[in-house]
Design a protein. Structure first.
Length: 253
């Protein structure tokens, strides 16, 4: 104000009004300019905040989908491990009793023998993780350890799938060796002919068990199944998935 008064004293009376108008116009301009700049800054800051908030919401939704998918895959891997465990237990039990076939309870034969020749199929999904990758949201997860944990969990799922494929291929190989034995083929042929004549066939595994215990290919089958791999590898994958699910739940709290 003092500067303005000093300037007014130096100006001719006829020019004072013009000077005051100019000064106030410039002041208004700068005040308005600053207000506009601040408004723009606040608008962009607010927009960035809203965008980031929406992004985090989308990430949490995607993580929930990943969690659901991991739970489904976990069930499959656990069932896979239980299946391998049961088949190996069956093979061990029958091999240990190969010299005492008549002493094996009938219910044990009916429980364990068919397991050696049955097949199980397990299905895995990765739609949620692929969607997370495709949307580039996985790169925006602030907790990088969680992102790495998720990738490791899906790697464990793939490892379990590959392990079971290996197990099934080896089992299939030794099983085919047994089935290709002429005595086994002859038994299967006679059984097929009998089924053509009548549907009333009593399920008797005694003859099949005898072939399994007396043929080299049968004993090889019983010895091979428990030694293909350890069922523990599947339950280790389940533990890896459980850790990831727990981390996701903590992130989405």
């Amino acid at each position: 104000m003092a500067t303005l008064n000093n300037n007014l004293m130096k100006i001719k009376p006829s020019n004072k009004l013009k000077y005051l108008a100019t000064e106030y116009k410039l002041g208004d301009f700068f005040r308005n300019f600053i207000a506009v700049v601040l408004g723009i800054i606040l608008t962009f800051a607010g927009s960035d905040w809203i965008t980031e908030r929406n992004t985090q919401k989308e990430i949490k939704k995607s993580l929930q989908l990943v969690k659901s998918e991991l739970l489904l895959n976990r069930e499959e891997i656990e069932a896979m491990g239980n299946r391998v465990t049961l088949e190996q237990r069956a093979a061990n039990y029958l091999f240990e009793n190969k010299d005492n076939a008549s002493g094996i309870p009938k219910d044990s034969i009916n429980k364990y023998f068919p397991l050696l020749f049955q097949w199980s199929k397990f299905t895995f999904t990765n739609d949620a993780i692929e969607m997370l990758k495709a949307s580039a949201l996985i790169q925006k997860i602030q907790n990088k350890e969680l992102a790495l944990q998720i990738i490791k969990a899906y790697g464990a799922i793939k490892a379990a799938e590959t392990s079971f494929e290996t197990y099934s291929n080896i089992k299939d190989h030794v099983q085919n060796d047994f089935n290709d034995n002429p005595k086994v083929k002859s038994y299967a042929y006679n059984l097929t002919r009998l089924r053509e004549k009548t549907e009333d066939i009593v399920k008797d595994l005694g003859q099949q068990l005898h072939l399994l215990f007396t043929l080299p290919e049968g004993l090889q089958l019983l010895q091979a199944i428990p030694n293909i791999q350890k069922a523990r590898i599947y339950f280790a994958c389940v533990e890896e998935i459980d850790k990831t699910i727990e981390a996701i739940e903590k992130e989405c709290e």
